[in-house]
Design a protein. Structure first.
Length: 144
C-alpha cells in the first residue's frame, strides 16, 4: 500500500480508538473523531481537562486503531505517533482540516478548554484480512 492508498483508507474513517499512558503507566483508551492531513497526520479535538490531553502533555506518544470494527470490511490500521498541541496559524490550518471532516466542529469552539491535538506518524501498519494470506504493509516515519 502506498501513501496515496493509505491516505484514502484513513480518510474513509472518521473514528479511531486512541490509547495513551497515565503518569502511573496505566493504559487509558477512548474513541475519538479524526481528520487526516495530506501528510498522514491525524487531528482531533478534546477538552484540556481530559485524561488523554493530560497524558499527552506529559508523554506525547499515542497509539490508535482505525477501522476493523465492521465484519464486512476487516481492514485496519495500527498507527503510532507523536502528538503536539499546535497554535497560531498552524492550528488554524489544522482546524480547517478537522472542520472539513466534522462540520459540527466549530460549534465546540465555545466550549471551555477545547483544544486540538495533532498526531505525526511514527509507525503505521495496514492490514487487509479479506484475503489469505492477509495483505500487510508497514510504514516508518523517522521524522516523528
Amino acid at each position: 500500500m502506498d501513501k496515496a492508498d493509505l491516505l484514502t483508507f484513513l480518510r474513509s474513517h472518521r473514528w479511531a480508538i486512541e490509547a495513551t499512558a497515565s503518569t502511573t503507566l496505566d493504559p487509558q483508551a477512548a474513541i475519538i473523531g479524526i481528520a487526516v492531513t495530506n501528510h498522514l497526520e491525524l487531528v482531533f479535538d478534546t477538552l484540556a481537562s481530559s485524561r488523554k490531553a493530560a497524558n499527552l502533555r506529559i508523554n506525547p506518544r499515542i497509539a490508535l486503531v482505525i477501522g476493523g470494527w465492521n465484519d464486512s470490511d476487516p481492514r485496519t490500521v495500527q498507527y503510532e505517533g507523536v502528538t503536539d498541541f499546535p497554535n497560531g496559524a498552524e492550528l488554524d490550518k489544522l482546524k480547517q482540516v478537522y472542520f472539513a471532516a466534522f462540520p459540527d466542529g466549530p460549534t465546540r469552539l465555545s466550549w471551555p478548554g477545547i483544544t486540538y491535538v495533532r498526531v505525526k506518524p511514527a509507525w503505521v501498519r495496514y492490514s487487509d484480512f479479506r484475503s489469505e494470506p492477509p495483505v500487510i504493509s508497514e510504514h516508518r516515519f523517522p521524522s516523528a
